[in-house]
Every structure is written in structure tokens, then in C-alpha cells.
Design a protein around this ligand. Sequence first.
Ligand code: HGY
Ligand code: MN
Ligand code: MN
Length: 413
Amino acid sequence: MDLGGLRVNGERLRASLETMAAFGATPGGGVHRLSLSDDDKRARDLFVGWLREIDLEVVVDEMGNIFGRRPGLDESLPPVLTGSHIDSQPNGGRFDGILGVMGALEVLRTLHDEGVQTLRPVVIVDWTNEEGSRFSPAMVSSGVWAGKLERDWAYSRTDKDGRRFGDELQRIGYRGAVPAKSRPFHAYYEYHIEQGPQLERLGKTIGVPKGIVCLHWYDVHIEGKANQVGPTPMEGRNDALVAAARMILAVREQPGELGGNMVATVGEIHNHPNSRNIIPGRVDFTIDIRSWDDDLALEAWAQLSRSFAEISEEHGCSLQLEEIWRVQHTPFDERLVARVEEVASRLGYGTHPMVSGAGHDASYMTMLGSTAMIFVPSKGGRSHVEVEETSWDDCAAGADVLLQCVIESAMEA
Ligand code: HGY
Ligand code: MN
Ligand code: MN
């Protein structure tokens, strides 16, 4: 059999993606499928059913990570892993994460249909809670599997309604008994949308990231003094929201001041008591800093911390800064990156070398073993929004590259 000539079934891939998009579908054409929600459960249940349809051995570990294993001729050899995540952002897109899981499923369906016997086992994975928007931080379950985060700490993380990660995992029936502990793997491929504008601008089909930037997450808590807006003079107010506003502008200005390829964002803010005729007494907001240069990101945080202390002092507010999560910048395996590039070129696709500005479970996987990613274009460079879109042709193209990379790695002694 000419394994190099094998291609996925693009229509079947599209059908899988469209079926999954129904779980948490939003009126604006996106998905709201938060980690460990009922919609996440329904998508997981269907996914497990699809794995069983092609005779994969299904295992769910204690972090709810779902693995589907296809045996190899030599079961003693470490497997080739491929996958991504099923959970979405609030009012997110129909491709982020799920394309990598459905793309991997399409690869396994193709191997199954064609009766391909690979030397190594091939394992598909859905990582729990990659997004980190309901339960922070992101990539928490691949982080536990990689031994970089503690399971019980992850279980203790709560959403804004105070629900615990561990309880929600139990509630949806995906708190498996198998320890979430890494096992050797030969190669890990993660197929994903680019979530940025480069590939579309350059007219390239396949992005070949050399790695992923560092991600640093912080929470900022400002305590001022709530009061009646009318009788309280402007002079001497302890307005937590005004202090927060000045801090948020500092976050916006910082990457320009420090240079480098850094980005810094305040994405979430809670104002208390949030009433139009009460001076805000407390504000909580988040900060996300990313860079290929970890030291630059750390310097940025040091400078912001100093500025925040000055600003809160000027407004007579108290300040509490919390470091929530840091994952270093992570280069991929150059040999595997070269394979993605070579396969994509062989299949006739234009390629572009890049760095991933988005975090992925591949950040942790590359700390353990040979890892690479495959990107396809995001229309308008948009992602984490309902209008997130990738053409069906590009979805199939990326899956074909994934298929060939998985086969090559799975045939390696
Ligand atoms: O934050 C990220 O880049 C990813 O979506 N978790
Ligand atoms: Mn993702
Ligand atoms: Mn995402």
C-alpha cells in the first residue's frame, strides 16, 4: 500500500466538526462549550462513542483526559500521540481545539478504513480544560499529566460560581481512576488553527511553529472605599476603578516600552459593587503576558508591580498581586518540525515558519518528548470569537499533513 498517497476524508471531517459545533452552539454561530459543562460532557460522550466505533481502547484518566489507543505491530514501542482539546472559550469559535481532536480522529478513521498496520501504537487524546477560562489556569490537565502541576491543586480550582474543578469532573462522569501521569511517547503532533493573521496575509496553507511563547498569568486585587457618589467630594476618594483604569493603561503601554515580541492583556475585570451610584470599592482583574523571551516577560511584571504600588498609594487603595500560573516558552523538536515542513511541501502546500502566540497542550508535551504542531489559517486572523472560521479545504489540508506525519512517525523503529 502506498501509505504516502493516503488522504483523509474531508467531507467526513467537516461532518464531525459540524456535529461537534452543535454542542454549545451560540446564536452568533460560535460555541459556548466551557470545560466540564453539560455541553462538554455531551461532546465527550459522542467522542468516546466515535473512538469505540473504530475499535480503539478508551481510557479516561483522573484529570478527565480521554485517550483512544490503536495498537501497533510492536506494542512494546512508545506510541505516537496526537490530539488537542474539546472545551471552548465563552462564546468562542467552532475550530479552536476541536479541529485538532477531529483531525486526529479523521487520521485514525483513515488508518482504520485502510487497514493500515503501523509499527507503533497511535493514541488520540482530548486534554481537559485547555482554555482555562472557566477554571484557570489553561492547559491544566496536560500540565498535571506532564508532572508540572499538582492534581489536587487542579481539583481545588473554582469557577466564578465557586464550583470546584474536581467536583465538576465527577459530576459529568469523567473523573477516571487511571493516574494522570505521563508515559513515554515517540512523538506528539497537535493540529490547530493559527488564531492569528499571518498565514492568510501570506497566502500560505500550513503554519509550522518552532515553539510556543511563555505564558504568565496574574490576578490583581484593589481595595478602595465604596461610598455614595453624590455627597462624597472628588478630593480624597479611594476609587478602586480609577486606580484599576490607570493600571490597565500601564499594561497596554508596556510592551511598546520594553520592546521584544511581548504582548500583555487585561481580559477579565470585576468591579464591586458595580452600581452606578456607588464609588467602586473593589476591583479584581487579570493580566496575561506572553513573549518568546521569558526574562522580558518577567521584567515587564516587575515594572508593572512597581507602577501598580505607586498608583494604589496615590488613590489610598490597598493592592494584592497574585501569580496564578507561568509556563516557560517551549521550543519544539527540530526534527519533527522539519518533518511537518517536508510533508506539507510534499503535499504541495505553501508553508510558513512561525512561533505560536497561543498556548497549547503542546507547551507541556514538548517538555517531555518530541513535539510539533501543524497550523492552518484563521479567516481574518480571528479566534476566541464566534466568527472564528477556517475553510473546509484548509481543514482537510492540515489533516492530510497530520496523517502523513503520524504515519511516518508511527513507522519509525
Ligand atoms: O490562552 C491560550 O492561548 C489558549 O487558548 N489557552
Ligand atoms: Mn486551542
Ligand atoms: Mn483557545
